[in-house]
Design a protein around this ligand. Structure first.
Ligand code: SF4
Ligand code: ZN
Length: 177
């Protein structure tokens, strides 16, 4: 299954509802409304630069569709460093939340998410399972069927074999307990 296949299946089920992992900020936006009626682009960016207007003077819907807000949403995708553009798990990560992109890429470019190594590790770890779930979905089967497959594998695993979570510990001392 190709990366495009995986994306296609995942997006047909449910586009990311988590703003951090969305490609751009459209439906996932978390607008911030202050007690004064001031509306901001995002609850992480309650700053004058990101103020859209005041709902006592404008309808909220008119503020939400302002071009400046559309640009704010698209900037999440358009500001990614080259390192992210070339990343094999970008389709799942999309660079994380822009407010947390305050470290540098290995080649010195600004704008990398500070949790990048963990994101890469996590998404690469779950990828085989996600691939398998996609295959089940394409066959009109329940992804939960995987649990029976894993349970069967667990029964044959030796207690002293390495744990499947890659912790480096033995199965019996980690998830096999
Ligand atoms: S895992 Fe790291 S390099 Fe890959 S898209 Fe996410 S932040 Fe960028
Ligand atoms: Zn483990």
């Amino acid at each position: 299954m190709t990366q495009a296949d995986i994306q296609s299946v995942l997006s047909s089920i449910s586009p990311s509802q988590i703003a951090s992992f969305a490609e751009s900020l459209g439906r996932c936006l978390a607008l911030a409304l202050e007690h004064t009626g001031d509306l901001y682009s995002c609850d992480h960016f309650v700053e004058p630069k990101y103020k859209l207007g005041n709902i006592r003077e404008h309808r909220m819907i008119d503020l939400v569709v302002l071009p400046v807000q559309q640009r704010f949403g698209q900037a999440k995708r358009d500001s990614l460093p080259r390192y992210c553009l070339d990343c094999d798990v970008r389709f799942a990560c999309h660079g994380g939340c822009p407010k947390d992109r305050f470290t540098r890429t290995p080649d010195g470019q600004d704008g990398l998410h500070y949790l990048c190594p963990s994101y890469q590790s996590f998404f690469r770890h779950i990828r085989p399972t996600m691939d398998a779930m996609c295959q089940l979905l394409r066959a009109n089967r329940a992804p939960a069927e995987l649990m029976t497959v894993y349970a069967a594998e667990d029964t044959h695993r030796g207690r002293n074999e390495p744990c499947t979570c890659n912790s480096g510990r033995k199965w019996k001392n980690c998830h096999g307990r």
